[in-house]
Write a protein that binds this ligand. Sequence first.
Ligand code: TYM
Length: 333
Amino acid sequence: MSKKIFSGVQPTGNLHLGNYLGAIKNFVDLNNDNQNECIFCVVDLHAITVKQEQDQLTNNIRETAATFIASGIDPSKSIIFNQSKVHAHAEGSWILSCMAPMGWLNRMTQFKEKAGKDKEKASVGLYIYPILMASDILLYDATHVPVGEDQKQHLELTRDIAQKFNKDFGCEDFLRVPEPLIKKNFSRIMSLKDGLKKMSKSDPSDLSRINLTDTKDEIINKIKKAKTDSLPIPNEYQELNERLEAKNLLGIYSSILDQTLDKTLKEFGGKNFSDLKSQLAEVLSSKISPISDEIKKLIDDQNYLDKVLAEGANKAEVIAGKKIKEMKKIIGF
Ligand code: TYM
């Protein structure tokens, strides 16, 4: 069955292995299936919910597009564009924010995490961020949304908002209720330094993550320094529940090689972490270094990246423009 795919990544720098294994690698597989229509968005409006430096933001938008392409997304098959270039996203977000009850937003755990203790100082944009995300998805009638586990709650909210809009305006099926595509075992890649914390671009320690622009030596060094425990690697999956760092490294190895965790446990069960670490460093550097080299090459070709983004925005505008027009008509504008 053909799928309409939509997903987004924030251009906030330091795209890392979590973004790659949780999302971008799946984008590539979906792009490679000729039956799918794919749209991948650099969500720059989301990025400004926290403070960004202007020049850096401009560069990060290009770098995120470069990362999509370097990872294997083909811009002649999939639409790649940045959100701020298509007006309908912000307009749709306003309309949906008038439909969504505050109680639904108050439940969003990511806002609580990101706003931290000083909620009063967080931007209003950060609070309504999931509504902009709903607008992104619903404007394209997306059937499937590939994301990491941390976006699950936002997708549930998107589904609720779509259903409420359809019900409130008596327009059954106008907003398509999308399905999340979340990889079962590997949708939450954890920090290399703490198995309880998600791998994240905002972690102050660069050793906690593998950046997609890291060199081979940096990757080897980070894997060498990754936290483990003193026991040998277990044979059984159940034993991993108490050993989060081991579970994470085995998960990363399985995910990058597209193999089951069971197969990886058979390979390494009973061995020491040094065996796993040396293999993992090798596999990661062989998969990530070519992406890293390609990102660096593409970043030097600003004209090409700007052209991809502009062409993508033109195509996205046609789809989203039509949908927002229909939406406004339904509302009575
Ligand atoms: P963002 O930019 O934080 O992350 C981009 C994608 O990477 C995934 N991800 C992870 N997956 C596994 N392990 C991790 N440690 C990890 N860290 C990040 C995220 O789940 C995400 O899929 N709100 C979104 C962007 C967005 C969006 C959308 C996504 C805006 N509009 C519409 C889908 C559809 C975000 O902040 O992702």
